[in-house]
Design a protein around this ligand. Structure first.
Ligand code: ADP
Length: 496
């Protein structure tokens, strides 16, 4: 197996490990650092400044000043847009190093980082740069003799907390709309993947971003994330992560200054294969829906519901596809699956696999670690999965596909919706009526019909139920970063 070979040396150096506060790289106030790892081997690749409440205070003070005294919100929208475009150009120029750093710290295939995620990062900033000078309010036809208008103003200092599964894309989803709307930012990266955000923060300053507008603090959730959420000078929080932590975030925000919160949380998304579906396409997309990014996607199609008439054929092909999946060093060409992010996630995935076996789901393939080093897991498929099994209820966040059988549409709608989550759903059918019925009935923030994981800067993304609050990307993401001010003036004041 590929992992028995020596790991390929990543074509990049780790140059930035300090916080970015007020436009400068600085050590943690405490002087502390924490290790960051290569998930291919579990070896330490760098020591990164470890932020705590004091670093958050300093970063918030810088962001506050940059907001209250300018220049950011006082610049013209066009100037802000130009800086974002220059940043996108620099990202494009440094794509290869950035993709390598992302893969090194996260374990995702380099081909995915380089050919898909880096271009998407650039695209997202082009998209948001385009919005910067197109944000405006309304003239409101109110009763009476009043001229009424709405001003769309930035909220202020945005605190943003991101996860480790798509470090650069989550950076873009958060930072793009906040900057386009004229806010300033303190971003806390995930402790597993601090490296690429520091690199791009450097590029942003090279592009002309004024100091204090974008501050990046590395560190752990309870010690760096929580103080950011609780901070009295932070005006808004955007969080992506687990549902459990999302609840804590909402509580901390409420207990401090009632700052508004957007949350993008977990999922257990259904992928529904109807009897009239193109089975080969459905097999491939269902495979992609679950296994993409080592199964570490909040919207992973992690409950594959298959109609009983096509179940056997689907299962045989899905299993064959999973067994063909190429696992190994993510820097090697042609590798589809790298390691899980860390030992905690690796152990968690293996625990769920054991739980699937114990609850008498049928293990069709995989079921164990891959190789002997790092956090690789074999692509695993379970059939005969029942709704009440843990593997059908919990978010596994790993390469474990659960296949369930259904008989008719009403039944599958009901079962698909019987979950605390509501992030996404996939529907495979050739019938327009079936597609329409399912898309309306499924309680999920995205329904992909005859496709899956189609992400575009303009398509909103977010959850129903316990999958979150609010939408990211698209026009909807701007609402998270704007205040609406109503201005009311008598058209003619009789006293004048
Ligand atoms: P995961 O299980 O995918 O690691 P988490 O929800 O634990 O997801 O983490 C997502 C992000 O939330 C990370 O940046 C993490 O450091 C941060 N985080 C974890 N705990 C807290 C907390 N108590 N307050 C604020 N942020 C937190």
């Amino acid at each position: 197996a590929a992992v028995a070979e020596e790991p390929i040396t990543p074509p990049v150096q780790i140059s930035y490990t300090q916080h970015v506060i007020n436009g400068k790289f600085v050590d943690a106030a405490s002087g502390k650092t924490f290790p960051t790892y290569d998930p291919r081997t579990g070896e330490v690749i760098a020591h990164v400044a470890e932020g705590d409440a004091e670093d958050i205070n300093r970063a918030v003070a810088a962001a506050r000043k940059a907001f209250d005294e300018g220049p950011w919100p006082k610049m013209t929208a066009y100037e802000r847009s130009r800086i974002m475009l220059r940043f996108a150009d620099l990202v494009e120029k440094h794509s290869e190093e950035l993709a390598a750093l992302e893969t090194w710290n996260n374990g995702k295939p380099f081909e995915q980082s380089f050919k898909s995620e880096l271009p998407m990062l650039v695209r997202l900033f082009h998209y948001y740069a385009g919005w910067a000078d197109k944000i405006h309010g309304l003239t409101v036809p109110a009763d009476g003799n009043y001229h009424v208008q709405t001003l769309h103003e930035p909220i202020g200092v945005a605190g943003q907390i991101i996860p480790w599964n798509f470090p650069l894309l989550m950076f873009a989803w958060k930072v793009g709309p906040a900057l386009a709307c004229g806010n300033t930012i303190v971003l806390k990266t995930a402790e597993q993947t601090p490296l690429t955000a520091l690199y791009v923060a450097k590029l942003f300053h090279e592009a002309g971003l004024p100091p204090g507008v974008l501050n990046v603090v590395s560190g752990y959730g309870p010690t760096a994330g929580a103080p950011l959420v609780s901070h009295m000078d932070v005006d808004k929080i955007a969080f992506t992560g687990s549902t459990d932590i999302g609840k804590i975030v909402l509580e901390l925000a409420a207990k401090s200054n009632l700052k508004p919160v957007t949350l993008e949380l977990g999922g257990k998304s259904p992928f529904i294969v109807c009897e009239d579906a193109d089975i080969d396409r459905a097999v491939e997309e269902a495979h992609f829906a679950l296994f993409f990014n080592q199964g570490q996607c909040c919207c992973a199609g992690s409950r594959t519901f298959v109609h009983e008439r096509v179940y056997d054929e689907f299962l045989e092909k899905a299993k064959a596809r999973a067994m063909r999946r190429t696992v190994g060093d993510p820097f090697k060409n042609g590798i589809e699956q790298g390691p899980q992010i860390d030992s905690e996630q690796f152990e968690k995935v293996l625990r769920y696999i054991r739980s699937g076996i114990e609850s008498k789901a049928t293990l069709e393939c995989g079921g164990d670690r891959f190789g002997t080093r790092g956090y690789f897991v074999q692509p695993t498929v379970f059939s005969n999965v029942k709704d009440d099994m843990l593997i059908a209820q919990d978010e596994i966040f790993g390469p474990v596909q659960s296949i369930l059988k259904f008989k008719d549409l009403d039944e599958v709608i009901q079962r698909a919706n019987t979950t605390r989550y509501g992030l996404a759903a996939g529907v495979f059918t050739r019938s327009v009526q079936t597609a329409n019925t399912l898309t309306r009935a499924l309680r999920a923030g995205t329904v992909w019909v005859n496709c899956f994981d189609v992400f575009d800067a303009a398509i909103p993304f977010g959850g129903y139920k316990m999958s979150g609050i609010g939408r990211e990307k698209g026009i909807y993401s701007l609402h998270n970063y704007l205040q609406v001010k109503a201005v009311v003036t008598p058209v003619k004041n009789p006293a004048w």
